[in-house]
Design a protein around this ligand. Structure first.
Ligand code: SF4
Ligand code: SF4
Length: 188
């Protein structure tokens, strides 16, 4: 009886010491969290952080997304939180047209024509309802144009769900404007 009580106490002390060892080991490690809002972290310090998705711009034009309007992200999203609308528009091309008309008709060498087979896709709207997003990453992984990535929007907070409904095209435009402004300030 006394023997089993002693063993129970001994096991308890050993278990306590193991727990305290782990506590002290972690106590001496640097902090992984910060006391927000007294202290904040820079988004670029958080590698691998997944914020809501955002559009990636074309390298030659920061206002236009790489998106080709295929709709794959919308179809693959398990939460149904992406809505993409696009339209096909005829691409105008300047061509030189030979003149076979009457001599008094002015010669138009740069008449614009829109060949019906030459069209391009324009993204009309790209909306994300972040309230339903599970950050699974399927849209980012499967986009054939590399047009989606996770944002580094780390301090996103609101009392209204409407604030988590994003117009990603407008967001891209704002980002491009901010980038241009930054570049202008650098060149001053
Ligand atoms: S999968 Fe990519 S290219 Fe296709 S609609 Fe979505 S963002 Fe655009
Ligand atoms: S991360 Fe997943 S849930 Fe979120 S928008 Fe993309 S596919 Fe949908």
């Amino acid at each position: 009886m006394i023997g089993s009580k002693l063993k129970e106490t001994f096991d308890g002390v050993v278990s306590l010491l193991i727990g305290l060892k782990i506590t002290f080991k972690n106590f001496l490690k640097p902090n992984l969290t910060v006391h927000y809002p007294r202290k904040t972290v820079k988004p670029e310090e958080l590698t691998g952080y997944r914020g809501h998705i955002e559009l990636v711009p074309k390298p030659e034009n920061p206002f236009v997304p790489r998106c080709i309007g295929c709709g794959l992200c919308r179809d693959i999203c398990p939460s149904g939180c992406i809505e993409v609308r696009s339209k096909r528009i005829a691409e105008e091309k300047e061509i030189h047209t030979p003149h076979f008309g009457l001599q008094d008709t002015p010669l138009d060498l740069t008449r614009k024509v829109a060949p019906p087979q030459k069209t391009k896709i324009e993204i009309v709207s790209f909306e994300l309802n972040y309230n339903y997003c599970s950050l699974c990453g399927l849209c980012v992984q499967n986009c054939p144009a590399g047009s989606l990535r996770f944002s580094k929007d780390i301090y996103l907070a609101s009392f209204s769900s409407r604030d988590f409904e994003f117009d990603l095209l407008k967001r891209l435009e704002k980002q491009a404007q901010a980038r241009l402004k930054e570049e202008e300030e650098w060149t001053k």
